[in-house]
Design a protein around this ligand. Structure first.
Ligand SMILES: [Zn+2]
Length: 407
């Protein structure tokens, strides 16, 4: 396989998580009668540009289907994050009725709804029908398509160049990263700003967040790799912020090369830090496999122990993260009979691969398990608050990544 950014041959492995179906390919009861497609889930490191990437077996059209089940608005933490971002950027860039904001990967309008609320013209680009529909119901204008150079040229021709382009947690999801970034440069007004948020690779490695790896994530980025990819498309990073979302993300601020803003010190500092910590050397990427396996083995041991002690365990959060973990661990409903989720679109479905049933919170109250395994550990505080009532029957919470931890 060749690097998706620079074309160099890829040799250095980061991790091999076995095989799994696409993380968001939830199954209906009827689909349980049919086989599933399992794809290798292996991540490689480019030793030329240091872009970390999933080996590609699955095409984007198989991953981001019409019934794509990820709705951003289900998480209140994420909604707060979006609202704060809109408030911050409105002030920072002086956005108003004269401006135009575009969001790539607008999902269900979780963010643009706050832009619209302020009377700032905006539109979203979103390829999945189900979420696009939900965004339209919020009164938002959505271009239903995959984003890249071709669409950007078309939009620019229609006068849709933006003062602010938002791309949150979308860069990792695009197979052709060069085409996507080039598209952003085309869609940006001369003085415009684009912001990208993505999970921060050094965090992922140092905090053992192996379950954030799945087929829908083609790339995992350090600032070193991102900087190089943006520069190749004539975009300059002028600022950076560290965020707590998704277990540690970064937000980078971009402008067209040569535009008026000067690069903040924070950018050089992070680049230096990465150089010092070895991001541009092979040993930085070793040891991740054994740490991932240790976490997986501890979870299996815990579940076996509870089962033989006659204690009940239910899982919470039918998210992509959980699917990576459950399929890597080869878990099935004998050790983990159900997973609770708030999203009404997932209710009655089954997790891909493990085929564990997705149920609602009423089911949890009826079953009264001894343990609740929180799969989306990044939302742990929110979930514990939301499920506070389970303490009444003495239930306790546990998470498996980065390592087993009980509260
Ligand atoms: Zn490369």
């Amino acid at each position: 396989m060749k690097c998706r950014h620079c074309g160099a041959e890829l040799w250095l492995p980061l991790v091999d998580l076995g095989t799994a179906p696409p993380s968001n390919a939830y199954l209906t009861r009827e689909q349980l009668l049919a086989p599933e497609k399992w794809y290798p889930l292996r991540v490689l490191v480019c030793e030329n540009c240091w872009l970390v990437q999933t080996e590609d077996y699955v095409g984007a059209s198989e991953l981001f289907t019409d019934d794509y089940a990820y709705f951003s608005s289900v998480s209140t933490t994420w909604l707060d994050h979006a609202r704060n971002y809109v408030t911050g950027m409105t002030g920072r860039l002086g956005l108003g009725p004269h401006s135009l904001v575009a969001e790539i990967g607008a999902n269900d309008g979780y963010l643009l709804q706050y832009v619209r609320e302020r009377g700032i013209p905006c539109y979203g680009v979103e390829p999945t029908k189900s979420t696009a529909l939900s965004a339209r119901q919020k009164g938002l204008h959505i271009v239903e398509a995959f984003f890249g150079k071709k669409l950007a040229v078309e939009l620019a021709r229609k006068g849709q160049q933006a003062d602010l382009i938002v791309a949150n947690n979308v860069l990792a999801h695009v197979p052709d990263i060069n085409d996507f970034v080039a598209g952003v440069a085309i869609l940006l007004k001369e003085s415009g700003v684009a912001t990208f948020e993505f999970p921060y690779l050094p965090n992922l490695i140092q905090k053992n967040q192996f379950d954030t790896i799945y087929h829908e994530h083609y790339s995992y980025l350090s600032l070193t790799a991102a900087n190089r990819i943006f520069q190749a498309s004539n975009l300059d990073i002028f600022d950076i912020e560290h965020l707590a979302t998704h277990g540690g993300s970064i937000r980078v601020f971009l402008q067209l090369a040569g535009a008026e803003r000067s690069r903040g010190r924070a950018v050089e500092m992070v680049l230096d830090q990465e150089e010092k910590s070895g991001v541009t050397k092979a040993p930085f990427y070793s040891g991740f496999q054994s740490r991932a396996e240790a976490a997986k083995n501890a979870l299996i041991a815990f579940l076996l122990e509870q089962k033989s002690a006659g204690r009940k365990v239910g899982a919470y959060g039918a998210a992509a993260k959980g699917n990576t973990l459950l399929n890597f661990a080869g878990l099935r409903s004998d050790l983990l009979p159900y997973v609770v989720d708030r999203n009404p679109n997932k209710r009655g479905l089954y997790l891909p691969g493990s085929r564990i049933a997705i149920v609602d919170e009423d089911y949890l109250r009826a079953d009264r398990p001894d343990w609740i395994l929180i799969l989306p550990w990044n939302l742990r505080d929110e979930i514990e608050r939301q499920l506070a009532a389970v303490r009444e029957w003495g239930a306790r919470f546990v998470q498996a990544v980065p390592q087993m931890e009980v509260t």
